[in-house]
Design a protein around this ligand. Sequence first.
Ligand code: ATP
Ligand code: MG
Length: 449
Amino acid sequence: MFSIPASLEELAREFRKHGRQCYLVGGAIRDMLLGRPSTDYDIATDALPQEVRGMFRRVIPTGLKHGTVTVLFRDLRFEVTTFRIDREYLDGRRPDSVVFTPSIEEDLRRRDFTVNAIAYDLDSRRLLDPHGGRADLHRGIIRAIGDPLERFREDGLRPVRACRFAAQFGFSVEPATFAAIPACLDTVRKVSSERIREELVRLLRAPQPSTGFRLMASCGLLELLLPELAAGAGVEQRSLHCFDVLEHSLRSCDAAEPGNPPVRLAALLHDIGKPAAMRREADGTLSFHGHERLSAEQASALLERLRFPNQLIHKTRHLVLHHMFNYTEEWSDAAVRRFIARVGEEHVPDLLALRRADQVGTCGDPSPSQALAAFSRRLEKVLQAGRALTLRDLAVDGRDLMRALGLPPGPRVGVLLGQLLESVLEDPALNTRETLLAIAGRFYRERLL
Ligand code: ATP
Ligand code: MG
């Protein structure tokens, strides 16, 4: 019925040898039914975690408290979880304790959505689908198991997951399930930032994250979790734009590559400073002067709040901060070099990708603009010339300057080096040891002494 990887077949045989059941559950079986590739395999079994640890050589006790261990077997890794019932969600975040059960049916009942509660018995090769998950897969529906309000009050992450799954598969959320969300926002508020972040990360990998964000906007989740983004609703822009700030952000996000998280995040967040930066000019037009700085600050605050990794925060912030370049053919080579020096050579491709997404999000036109294509060619040409673009490329370093000018280490050395880079960006021919030492000497005597 499915193509089950050989190592999974073999893993199932080990369980059988020990007289234990072995089901493929959750995302993997759902994805197989949808004909999508699956990379993580969730296994459910009646064997207790300790017993599973004894059955295999390489076992990581990933979440012993919740009955989960990771088994590394042949070429794959399996998350093996003992059938369980979640006891009392007292705080709306996580079950405070779990109870193991010998029944796969009970285990399936505690799962979030019907499409996630299908099990495949690797022994009898039969599907177990007590909640009609397959029918919902065919209809393209995310439906809570049982009473949605009750299930969402148990765990406030589930409403976010509903929106994420809808976007990931291009599904809709079943009306009663969706209607339950506004009444459980207080429970969503209690969920840890890390769990929310994981769902947002997965949403951002969807073909069109906007589907999920629009659902979140219409049930109050966006306002609660990403208020900076929600604030763009109804904020109109200048005549160039067809959409308000929120819609523009969502369309830009869709237009960015799913496989490049910082660019997708930057596309989503590049204009969130606009509502705060908006001014009405004397002639009645709107301006958003300096919004890139506000957007960069708000984006990094938002990403820190959700505990995104620091490197991703820095990169996203940097892209947002520099997204407002305005190339024209009149730019001199020196101006192009100063641009590269300012944004950093390694960020140039991502900034171009961000601008491309930004343009698509402006009025929905997917063809790249002439000016952007021309800038891209121009950047390439300037980069190919292999000229000095950073302090490291200068023909002298700080030690050379200190020796030649008899300077002690200190901030003045940095000021001098910065000045030399300016000169070399303007005229690359100046980048020789002799010339730079002469320029540095003159600048030092005239400005720093
Ligand atoms: P993905 O392919 O994105 O990993 P997934 O369905 O595997 O999707 P996981 O978060 O890996 O999602 O969870 C695995 C399974 O555990 C789910 O399919 C679902 O059955 C169950 N599950 C996960 N989170 C919850 C939750 N908050 N409440 C109830 N069941 C959950
Ligand atoms: Mg999974």
